[in-house]
Design a protein around this ligand. Structure first.
Ligand code: HEM
Length: 401
């Protein structure tokens, strides 16, 4: 329940932020010169993605049944002018019938698509690139200042099992699929901007098609890996009192010779684990919604739930939209999927760094599953003590008998 509320808060804050970014107050527009119709100032404000009160045209859609009948003197064909018909179409109020009976086929104009397109090409790509670039820079600076974290004692030469083959299979299933998903996802977001100028449209078209195929299929392997990790590791990642000590000492990451006690997973690893769970579930659910367009709309329902908690109103964002056109649902799902993907990739970059270059002896744990006893004693002292106690158990039992 707490997790669900936290997710909703995060989601609400991010989307209210997106909406609020556009909600710059616009001076009241004088429409007397156009007899109440839209003016150049309205058009300019919309082009700047400013939020304007457009009830003046939203509600001006005539009355289809209101005109005098064609059988009467001066009768007309319905009570709507052409402009009113087009406005009704724009605001999804027209009773449109399309020959294509598929989902959302009768939505002919959808204004919020422009805001989404601008967000996708603008802030999403820009801040996303800064986040990933910033994380790489941070890791490079950390490496230059701290160097590779080595063990303080001497290697013992004795190995103990840290991860079983099933744990390693689950890990590499999610890791391999995540890397493929991250690369193909970034290609689809940045391809037009970054790859077309480099390789031309034809080559990019082939790469984009292959990327999409890989992205849509490998997603299932990622979800399977995620379920495996949740089943295998949740218990060992529940917080305990040692985590606070570990966090207070910065995990000993910044100071040589400091080794706060930890069981199988330390507090830093627990944060990574729960990050994988929360981001992984969120990216999977929004991904499925995108894979089967219009069939699994999530946002209107989530916003209705969020409104009922009162959180958006308390944060000053007002009541969130609970009814939205199907395309807008898909646009929000895409934006959410991509925002989570950037946060997730940034987190995993740090994880990959510490699992390879950043810490001596870490990779072996996931490589062949075994680590040196001295490594285990320094980085996971409590876990090492538990393993040693278990090893002694059969002998002491035998002595008793
Ligand atoms: C090349 C990519 C990767 C490498 C080299 C790598 C390496 C490692 C290593 C060495 C460990 C064990 C640490 C220990 O013994 O204490 C580990 C654990 C773990 N990995 Fe990865 N990993 C990679 C990618 C990923 C990805 C993509 C995910 C999830 C999307 C992931 C999720 C986890 C989790 C949840 C753990 C347990 C918690 C932790 O140790 O942080 N890994 N990984």
């Amino acid at each position: 329940m707490m997790l669900r509320n936290a997710l909703i808060l995060l989601l609400t804050t991010l989307f209210c932020g997106m909406a609020a970014a556009q909600d710059v107050s616009v001076p009241t527009i004088d429409r007397s010169a156009t007899g109440g119709a839209q003016t150049l100032s309205d058009i300019m404000a919309r082009q700047k993605a400013l939020k304007i009160d457009d009830t003046f045209r939203k509600d001006a859609i005539g009355n289809p049944d209101g005109g005098a009948s064609t059988t009467e003197p001066l009768g007309v064909r319905g009570g709507q002018s052409d402009s009113e018909v087009w406005r009704a179409i724009r605001y999804n109020e027209a009773q449109a019938i399309a020959s294509n009976t598929g989902f959302a086929a009768d939505v002919l104009i959808q204004s919020s698509g422009i805001a989404w397109l601008k967000f996708r090409r603008g802030p999403l790509a820009e801040y996303g690139a800064w986040l990933l670039g910033g994380m790489l820079l941070l890791l490079a600076v950390f490496y230059l200042l701290r160097g590779r974290i080595r063990i303080d004692g001497a290697w013992s030469g004795r190995k103990i099992l840290r991860f079983t083959s099933i744990e390693r299979f689950g890990h590499w299933l999610i890791a391999g699929s995540f890397i493929l998903l991250a690369i193909t996802g970034l290609i689809s977001l940045f391809g037009r901007m970054a790859l077309i100028p480099l390789m031309g449209k034809d080559a990019f078209a082939a790469i984009a098609a292959i990327s999409k195929l890989i992205h849509d299929s490998v997603a299932w392997a990622f979800m399977l890996g995620l379920v495996m990790l949740i089943l295998l590791w949740t218990f060992q990642n529940l917080p305990n009192r040692h985590d606070l000590v570990w966090l207070a000492k910065g995990g000993g990451m910044f100071t040589k010779g400091v080794h706060p006690p930890a069981r199988k997973f330390n507090a830093g690893q627990k944060l990574i684990f729960w990050g994988v769970v929360v981001f992984g579930l969120s990216i999977s659910i929004s991904g499925i919604s995108l894979l089967i367009p219009f069939e699994l709309p999530l946002f209107a329902k989530t916003f209705a739930f969020a409104n009922a908690t009162g959180i958006p109103q308390a944060l000053g964002f007002g009541v969130l939209p609970e009814i939205m056109p199907p395309h807008q649902e898909m646009q929000l799902a895409q934006a959410w999927h991509a925002i989570i993907a950037f946060l997730f990739i940034a987190m995993i970059l740090a994880h990959i760094y510490i699992g390879t270059l950043g810490m001596e002896g870490a990779f072996e744990a996931m490589g062949d599953g075994e680590v040196d006893e001295q490594w285990a004693r320094e980085h996971h002292g409590l876990w090492m003590a538990e393993v040693e106690a278990q090893k002694r158990q059969p002998t002491s039992d035998a002595t008793k008998e």
